[in-house]
Ligand binder design. Structure first.
Ligand code: IPM
Ligand code: MG
Length: 360
């Protein structure tokens, strides 16, 4: 198979973790005889530095041409006080929208060998295995009107949470289809006791559920969900929610997995007319400027995103399983970075990448 991949290392530890992810991808391509072409482009703070734009047109063109895009992380503290339009994060929002990847799948698993890495009691996290399906190209992240206006001594800031029926339907269908291959259960999370936006969300998800009679649907309010994720994480199989709730809840999910460095993600949209699955693959974590450039970052979220890329864009299930199996084996071996609190000396980012290739 020909694998044409665009890599966007981005900022901070993004460069380090994508280097290991690409190493794993090359290893897989070599072992299973796939022709791999890797191009690199700019996104985020590094793109602002070099071009003045967090999502340069060249990056958009290369991403549209690639079969799949692998992203590291974006964000640099020097832009903390910049307006939203001039921030690295704007680049990430731009590419998600440009590729139309409206469903962000964030699997959260508690690996048996990692139970002690979670600050929660083992009996609570044990057996956690869910996918958070986060709507990714709508909601308050993109809604208008937005902005800050000053009049006289007063200042007013506005953001708008907006969804249409079709935006909710397509991501809900994705969630129900995924549930069919799992424990056949969707929990839809909203704030319908307060927000009209969530009332529409709940209504449309309930309607879509009728197309999937073998899947059980329950609804949960987002505040209660934040609590249930910690109290009873095994309740969840597919957790379906809107953009900002999904952003927040998936960081909470990281506590169940032991470290945010563990979480991969796949952002997918509709198939191209050729049948190819468009996909943007990125770890859930950020650019972690505090540990950038120190060869300390956990590359497993990025490497897990490679497994997702192989599975979703190329349907290479054997190769994807090999990467996932290698992650499990390396976790069990204890050769892990400091965030997972190993009993011995922590491994470096590079050592973990090399260990994954060996295990494959
Ligand atoms: C994530 C991140 C991004 C988001 C930021 C970097 C824009 O937190 O992917 O979870 O909010 O979507
Ligand atoms: Mg986030």
């Amino acid at each position: 198979m020909n694998l044409n991949i665009l890599v966007l290392p981005g900022d901070g530890i993004g460069t380090e973790v994508t280097r290991e992810a690409v190493r794993v991808l090359r290893h897989v391509a070599g072992k299973w005889n796939h022709a791999l072409t890797v191009k690199e482009a700019l996104l985020g703070g590094v793109a602002i530095h070099k071009t003045g734009n967090p999502f340069p047109p060249e990056t958009e063109r290369l991403a549209a041409d690639a079969d799949a895009t692998l992203m590291g992380a974006v964000g640099l503290p020097e832009f903390d006080n910049a307006p939203p339009e001039k921030r690295p994060e704007k680049g990430l929002l731009g590419i998600r929208k440009a590729l139309g990847v409206y469903a962000n799948l964030r699997p959260v698993r508690a690996y048996p060998s990692q139970l002690d890495s979670s600050p929660l009691k083992n009996h609570l996290v044990e057996g956690t295995d869910m996918i958070i399906v986060r709507e990714l190209t709508g909601g308050i992240y993109y809604g208008t009107p937005r902005g800050i206006t000053e009049s006289g001594a007063e200042v007013r800031a506005v953001n708008t949470m907006t969804y249409t029926r079709s935006e909710i339907e397509r991501v809900a269908r994705m969630a129900f289809r995924l549930a069919g291959a799992r424990r056949k259960k969707v929990t839809s999370v909203d704030k319908s006791n307060v927000l009209e936006n969530s009332q529409l969300w709940r209504r449309v998800v309930t309607e879509v559920a009728r197309e999937f009679p073998d899947i059980a649907l329950d609804h949960m309010l987002v505040d209660n969900c934040a609590m249930q994720l910690i109290l009873n994480p095994r309740h969840f199989d597919i957790l379906l929610t809107e953009n900002m709730f999904g952003d927040i809840l998936s960081d909470e999910g990281a506590v169940l997995a032991g470290s945010i460095g563990m979480l991969p993600s796949a952002s997918i949209g509709d198939r191209k007319p050729s049948g190819a699955q468009v996909g943007l693959y990125e770890p859930v974590h950020g650019s972690a400027p505090d540990i950038a450039g120190q060869n300390k970052a956990n590359p497993l979220g990025a490497i897990g995103s490679v497994a997702a890329l192989l599975a979703y864009t190329f349907n290479l299930q054997k190769e994807a399983s090999a990467v996932e199996g290698a992650i499990e084996a390396v976790l069990k071996s204890g050769k892990v970075t400091a965030d997972l609190r190993p009993s011995g000396p922590p491994a470096t980012t590079e050592q973990v990448g090399a260990a994954i290739c060996d295990a494959i």
